[in-house]
Design a protein around this ligand. Structure first.
Ligand SMILES: [Zn+2]
Length: 247
């Protein structure tokens, strides 16, 4: 049974059996792998029963190319981003966070904050597209500093390497800065927090792998593959989110 973990900023832990026989677990960003594994073990009979039901209902066919946008069981990460969604993101009316879509709304509270499926922006900052995008930029930088910094530390331990600096900034069209090996700097675009976690991981590991090898040589990708075996698939998936770098 293949288990895919989708991280979210919501304090939730939800198991979604899929028609292809896999299971997607939607889990709070900071919940440990052990807590997730325990939850799966506890609910195994329920999971197996539901996998059978889902497979029967779908005639065992995998329908990955036709996600049901109205299904609450379908992890949002797998929803194709429609033109309308992309338009809303450019208009500052929606944002992505860890691959999940949030609607932006005006609020009387002066602090930009998340609540349920919404990002609330202070009335005055919600008035125009420019102001909304400015408020969103500040919010994304704050989220990157708190959430992604921890992810970078985790990967630092994994690579057994400590960066000389960690920075989140506007990289003008790139997800990370590919530094020379001796610089040992992790410089990421602050918009990275919007990507699904497995793609955030790819970008962070990509930056760490440059500590050992400069440039995108065969050696470099062999080194990266030691940490992210399916890096080619992730590299491909990330391109559908590149538009975020233009917002
Ligand atoms: Zn690179």
């Amino acid at each position: 049974m293949k288990v895919y973990i989708q991280r979210t900023l919501k304090r939730t832990l939800k198991i979604c059996p899929q028609s292809d026989g896999s299971v997607t677990v939607i889990a709070y960003q900071f919940l440990s792998q052990k807590a997730i594994a325990d939850h799966i073990a506890e609910n195994l009979p329920w999971i197996l029963e539901h996998l059978k039901k889902v497979a029967k209902h779908d005639g065992g066919l995998v329908k990955k190319s036709q996600p049901d946008a109205t299904s609450s069981e379908m992890p949002r990460e797998y929803l194709e981003l429609s033109n309308q969604v992309i338009k809303d993101i450019f208009a500052g009316k929606s944002i992505l966070l860890c691959g999940q879509l949030y609607t932006c709304n005006a609020s009387t509270n002066s602090q930009t904050h998340l609540q349920d499926d919404c990002l609330y922006i202070a009335d005055k900052q919600f008035a125009t597209r420019e102001l909304r995008l400015k408020a969103i930029k500040t919010f994304l930088k704050r989220m990157s500093n708190s959430v992604l910094s921890q992810e970078v530390s985790k990967w630092g331990s994994y690579f057994a390497l400590c960066p000389t600096k960690i920075q989140f900034k506007d990289l003008h069209g790139r997800w990370c800065s590919c530094s020379d090996a001796e610089l040992r700097a992790i410089v990421l675009d602050y918009r990275l927090i919007q990507l699904p976690q497995h793609l955030q991981e790819y970008v962070i590991a990509h930056a760490f792998a440059h500590f050992a090898k400069s440039g995108h040589t065969v050696d470099y990708f062999e080194h990266l593959a030691c940490y992210i075996r399916d890096y080619k698939e992730r590299q491909k998936s990330i391109s559908s989110y590149d538009f975020l770098l233009d917002v």
